[in-house]
Write a protein that binds this ligand. Structure first.
Ligand code: ADP
Ligand code: MG
Length: 253
């Protein structure tokens, strides 16, 4: 089992706020790794650092053994490392298939060319992935009319269009109703087991991440507090203390 991402001593400050303080962690290939921690503990900042959204102050970030901390977002994306956002980023006036098609990097700049030049196999892949996330029947519907949870599924499918090796998901279940959450979790698992996509997932819903991840890292105040398999993290007193007083929960209720 080889490490896909290796962070070593990664630090990032915003003015006086040390958002990430010497974070060292690994994301193994072919697995689902979780990242938890109270609000403001530095989770999104770490994702931003990994995908090249901003330069880091210190440390090293390797993807498949290659240093990437000096690369920009587009260069890192081309290596097969993508992220999704807490806020969905779909084009709400377009239908699902068109959203899928424009999520593939295109060489031409004109709006018309964006839609006219797709080979049939790209459209086929778009439809296959919409089927995979359970949106095939809705493929020609305007995406703005989908429920929020369905829009998140569409966004996940859009990311898969780019055939990422590693996908970073920032709170994929946030705002999704419980019925759809199970469907989404099932798709995340199958993305790893069937499509071979390694996942690194920030998640606030404890039952979800405990059931989903093989290994979990917990941040608090910008530092790595604990890591291990879900059973260990769930019972780690430091993790429990970090969440005490916050409005999160460790048991399902
Ligand atoms: P989390 O995702 O765990 O809630 P963040 O990584 O978003 O935490 O934030 C960690 C800390 O860094 C917080 O104190 C936040 O206010 C600060 N921070 C994050 N991004 C910025 C930014 N662009 N400018 C200033 N401060 C930021
Ligand atoms: Mg965040």
């Amino acid at each position: 089992m080889s490490a896909m991402i290796e962070c070593e001593g990664v630090s990032k400050a915003f003015g006086g706020v040390i958002a990430n303080n010497e974070i060292t962690l690994e994301v193994p290939e072919g697995r689902i790794t979780g990242l938890i921690g109270p609000n403001g503990s530095g989770k999104t900042t770490l994702f931003n650092s990994i995908v090249g959204y901003h330069p880091i102050d210190a440390g090293s970030i390797k993807f498949e053994g290659r240093e990437i901390s000096d690369l920009r977002v587009q260069q890192i994306a081309r290596l097969g490392l993508l992220r999704t956002f807490q806020q969905t980023r779909i084009y709400s006036k377009m239908n699902c298939v068109d959203n899928m098609l424009i999520s593939v990097p295109h060489r031409t700049q004109t709006y018309r060319a964006m839609f006219s030049k797709y080979p049939p196999e790209v459209t086929e892949r778009a439809e296959d992935l919409l089927e995979f996330v359970g949106l095939y029947e809705k493929r020609f519907l305007i995406s703005g009319n989908l429920s929020f949870g369905q829009q998140k599924l569409l966004e996940f499918a859009m990311a898969l269009m780019n055939e990422p090796k590693l996908l970073l998901l920032d709170e994929p279940t946030a705002g999704i109703n419980p019925t759809l959450i199970n469907g989404l979790i099932d798709r995340l698992r199958r993305a790893t087991s069937e499509l071979g996509v390694t996942l690194f997932v920030i998640e606030h819903n404890m039952p979800v991440i405990m059931g989903l991840a093989d290994n979990i890292y917990c941040l608090a105040n910008g530092r790595l507090l604990a890591h291990g398999p879900p059973e260990k993290i769930q019972n780690d007193q430091r993790v429990i203390n970090a969440y005490l007083g916050a409005h999160y929960y460790l048991d399902s209720d």
